[in-house]
Design a protein around this ligand. Sequence first.
Ligand SMILES: [Zn+2]
Length: 270
Amino acid sequence: MLLSQEYHFRLYYQKKEDTISVLMDNNDPYPYSFEFFDEPKGANMRSLRELFSSKFAIEGNTSGLILAKFVPLDAKKPFTIKDVSFFKVKKIFFKVVVGNIWKTDYDENYVYDLPYAKKEKFLLYQGYDGNETHQGQNALDFSMPIGTEVLAAREGYVIELKQDSNTGCPEKKCVNQGNFIKIIHPDGTIAEYYHLKMNSSKVKFGDKVEKGQTIAVSGNTGWSSRPHLHFMCYLPKPKGKNISIKTLFRIDNGDKAKFLNPGNAYKRNY
Ligand SMILES: [Zn+2]
């Protein structure tokens, strides 16, 4: 069963002799985190686990993850999984988030590419925990003219994007008008590229993106006081609680890995 065209996970049960297992497949290449509000129950069956785990993550490209297992109380009588509502894929039965929200480790030594083309040099006008709009946020703002090519700083998969806005203003009320692309990386971190130009996306939902691939062009949409690119990398957490992280970048000829500081212009010569 397909929840939507966006999610390719499948919840099902399998009967093998006297045992009924509740299983899940994830055919997407990245993890999901689930929180269920209900649990499967057996009729004339007992669970082989103390408790069904209502909160769990499933890694990408996984099949047959066992969520619960039941054996009959009396095998001579009919036995089945009782609560069929559990299998109805409706959002009210569970919450789902892209990424593993319980993962706390990531590749801290990974070196990102600057998110723009070779020979380009842009000023980082606001850095980590910047007092304009980045309070408590490990985000970077590169000043760049509208229409500058934005390149993926690291490879991954497109998990979210918006490109239908043509509105921007320097106030918080415009925060939801920003066009963006989010890419999940192999270590489970997610990068967001914000304020992109309307309808400029070169990628679509679910696409595999290579490091250095052009993904869109920059703009001035959303909560933005000047044309710029906002880049932030984070560990996914439940709504609004993402943990942003500082990341190393290759600068100049590509032989140096540095954390970027505001007030400096960084050239990409690789
Ligand atoms: Zn920003």
